[in-house]
Design a protein around this ligand. Structure first.
Ligand code: AMP
Length: 308
């Protein structure tokens, strides 16, 4: 049974697709396993033909056209006090949702309680599939639009670990919710915390949205505050129903490969055969390490030095 929200998302998606207002980008998936994680590389060759932000007329850098203000009415799903929910115009996964601020805000701003409340709302209202929410914060995070937008995508239900990074999260189930830790399997700096199912269950008081979003915000802020101050300008934030993760960034690309939050969930997007071969040759964890901050002590000290 789909919720009203899911029905609205699906109806809007199908109508926008039929009318040519939304493009579904075909892709194939290749898997590579490194450090016990079966990574998913999505190969979407037609994305290579899509003009990049720098080349297009709509470039926010060139003439400041903002695709989210005004937004395309055909992509509109629902509104809140401070946000609108839109469908992603160029999606690799159907029903890819954007939670966009109504008033222009910078994509480098930290998330606030209202942002997290509405990301969580989209996740909770999607009941027929699991979801992951993410925020590409800052200029090196892989975001393409400077107007603040959070994202939620449905995850496949026919694979064992979804998102792929869950293959190692299961090894850390004994961690106490709220405790901040990192995975020894990953070569780059990142911070993770498990979410307390009790706190998210809604069995504590009448104002579910307020109490849950407060809980999410406390956890998000403790992850942000754990990052060295110099790293808080560009990072990827990921949230599932059971955990949150934050990954500070030091570059947008490794070679030609642009990485955003989904890369750190174990889902990397590539746009050509060459890029696919490059990732296979170099190694996926090496690519992620290359755009994040290496755990390697010398590089860490180097980076803190540069960014403060
Ligand atoms: P990001 O690239 O992570 O900043 O996410 C922005 C997303 O907005 C991209 O995935 C684009 O496909 C999508 N997008 C670009 N233009 C529009 C538009 N006019 N309406 C809705 N989504 C858009």
């Amino acid at each position: 049974m789909q919720t009203n929200f899911e029905n609205k998302v699906t109806e809007t998606y199908e109508r926008a697709f039929r009318r040519g207002e939304l493009y579904f980008v075909e892709s194939t998936i290749a898997n590579i396993t490194e450090n016990d994680i079966e990574f998913e590389i999505r190969f979407a060759p037609s994305l290579a033909k899509k003009p990049t932000a720098e080349q297009t007329e709509e470039s926010p850098l060139k003439n400041k056209v903002d695709p989210f203000a005004p937004y395309n009415q055909e992509l509109f799903v629902q509104e809140f006090e401070n946000h609108v929910i839109l469908l992603n115009k160029f999606c690799v996964v159907p029903n890819h949702i954007l939670v966009v601020t109504k008033e222009y805000e910078e994509q480098s701003n930290p998330l606030n309680q209202e942002d997290l409340a509405n990301m969580w709302y989209c996740m909770m209202q999607t009941k027929s599939q699991s979801t992951i929410a993410f925020y590409n914060c800052g200029s090196l995070s892989g975001s393409s639009q400077p107007h603040k937008h959070m994202q939620v995508i449905p995850l496949p239900s026919n694979v064992r670990f979804s998102p792929p990074i869950n293959a190692i999260i299961y090894k850390y189930q004994s961690k106490i919710p709220g405790e901040i830790f990192n995975f020894s399997e990953l070569p780059y700096v990142h911070y993770v915390t498990l979410l307390d199912p009790q706190q998210l269950s809604g069995h504590h008081g009448h104002n579910y949205k307020e109490t849950v979003s407060q809980y999410l915000t406390e956890n998000y802020l403790s992850l942000v505050n754990t990052m060295a101050e110099g790293f808080r300008a560009s990072y990827n934030f990921l949230m599932t129903h059971t955990w949150m993760m934050i990954v500070p960034r030091r570059s947008e690309k490794y070679g030609q490969i642009s990485v955003n939050s989904l890369g750190f969930a174990g889902m990397l997007l590539v746009k050509s055969e060459e890029e696919l071969e490059f990732v296979k040759n170099v190694g996926l964890l090496r690519v992620l390490e290359g755009v994040a901050v290496s755990k390697d002590k010398d590089q860490l000290i180097d980076n803190i030095h540069i960014s403060v």
